[in-house]
Design a protein around this ligand. Structure first.
Ligand code: AMP
Length: 419
């Protein structure tokens, strides 16, 4: 397999799939440049080694062709500032200008293509189907977009001599730019540093963790985390479960959870997770107490209750002080730590305390020599909110991709390069 460190880029045009799907404010300014910052070392490496760069990405979820609010032109100033190089722009990734600008690239130059998802072909999913479309019409539309996806992919590939995939966040999708394009570069394809780093970090945690290995899973629902919980049960020594799913477990065990988020259809799953953990000798930690509120609001009244005895009219929105202390103790004794999902509604300052305590404990354990991996969109926003991203071992840029990889799925974007 090629490596970005050893490949000879001199005089070559590298098309790099980056993940520049960054949040923008109403003025269309980048509010969190983490993903752009992450891709800079890969871009710099190609330029330093005498190559030129064509950047391609998606931004948001445009569903009906070009829309100004989803244009990648808005992020050019941020890329230029972080990269220190001028960035040219092709306002249509399939346009004549894109091909001409790509062909004219000189070593050291950078071209950004407009949002790939302005074309349905990027994802290969039909658009604009009538709501009452028949199954035959749906199948025909799907076939048509798959056909034109080949042309789309071939054209993107024609711009460059070498393909680099550095978009871990979309590696779980078999899209034109994330997987299909690799076929046109059988001997000239590779991962960028973001991808390499992500895969190494996850493999390190899953394949050879120093023990004890503790996973902390939070978020709102059990239903969205079952597969990862089941997978992790095979690997970890301790499993800390926090966030909204706490109350499904408590209710499944016969507790009273008031108005807390709760999924009765997951009671059996919750019970079987606990039974499986027991069988495997995995210690499961559920929050003993909860910071409860009388409304889902930062202005709500609050009180601490046992997580299995919450009065009606109240809902658990964060872990309580006893749980904080118990979780902290487990984290500080761990040698490998994986965190996915906040343990409370951290977006509201009144309910961020539990997640902050987790983040601080992870930072402290890392300082003592533990390896810590933080992943999943919300946990990253969370660790950034508390300014602790630099105090943990690795912060993953992938949300869905990270979870799917950990669940054991083969990611198309990874397979296409390794093939
Ligand atoms: P997920 O996308 O499943 O990781 O869920 C993340 C979301 O879970 C965040 O937006 C949190 O606000 C939310 N969350 C965490 N704890 C709770 C809770 N106790 N009740 C409701 N939502 C929660």
């Amino acid at each position: 397999m090629n490596s970005i460190d050893t490949y000879d880029f001199s005089g070559k045009r590298a098309i790099i799939r980056v993940d520049f799907n960054v949040p923008l404010n109403e003025k269309l300014e980048v509010t969190d440049a983490t993903r752009i910052r992450a891709a800079i070392p890969t871009i710099k490496k190609v330029l330093e080694k005498g190559g030129s760069v064509i950047l391609m990405s998606h931004l948001g979820r445009p569903k009906k062709g070009p829309e100004d609010k989803f244009s990648l032109k808005h992020i050019i100033p941020t890329i230029e500032q972080l990269l220190g190089v001028k960035v040219d722009f092709a306002p249509d990734c399939m346009g004549k200008e894109a091909a001409e600008k790509a062909a004219a690239l000189k070593p050291g130059q950078v071209l950004l293509l407009e949002n790939l998802r302005f074309y349905a072909e990027e994802e290969g999913k039909p658009r604009g189907l009538a709501e009452d479309a028949t199954d035959d019409e749906k199948a025909a539309a799907k076939k048509a977009v798959k056909e034109s996806q080949k042309e789309f992919t071939k054209k993107l590939a024609s711009y460059a001599d070498v393909y680099i995939n550095d978009a871990f966040g979309t590696a779980h999708r078999a899209h034109a730019s994330t997987a299909l394009i690799a076929e046109y570069f059988p001997n000239d394809k590779m991962f960028g540093y973001v991808m390499e780093g992500e895969l190494k970090a996850i493999d390190k945690v899953l394949d050879s963790p120093a023990r004890p290995f503790t996973a902390i899973l939070g978020g709102s629902k059990v239903s969205s985390k079952i597969t990862i919980i089941e997978k992790l049960l095979q690997k970890v020594d301790n499993l800390i479960l926090g966030g909204g799913m706490t109350y499904t477990f408590m209710a499944a065990l016969g507790g009273k959870v008031g108005d807390s988020i709760c999924e009765p259809d997951q009671f059996d799953t919750a019970k079987s997770i606990l039974a499986k953990a027991k069988e495997l000798g995995v210690k499961v930690f559920l929050a003993e107490d909860a910071l409860c509120a009388d409304a889902f609001s930062n202005e709500a009244n609050t009180k601490v209750c046992p997580s299995n005895d919450i009065p009606d009219g109240w809902e658990g929105l964060d872990i309580g002080p006893k749980a904080e202390e118990a979780f902290r103790k487990v984290i500080l004794e761990s040698k490998t730590i994986l965190w996915n999902g906040p343990v409370g509604v951290f977006e509201m300052s009144k309910f961020e305390g539990g997640s902050k305590a987790i983040a601080l404990a992870i930072a402290e354990a890392t300082k003592k020599g533990a390896y810590s991996l933080i992943g999943g969109g919300d946990s990253v926003a969370c660790i950034n909110k508390f300014g602790l991203a630099k105090e943990v071992s690795y912060v993953s840029t992938g949300g869905g991709a990270l979870l799917e990889y950990m669940e054991g799925a083969v990611l198309p974007g990874v397979a296409a390069i390794r093939k």
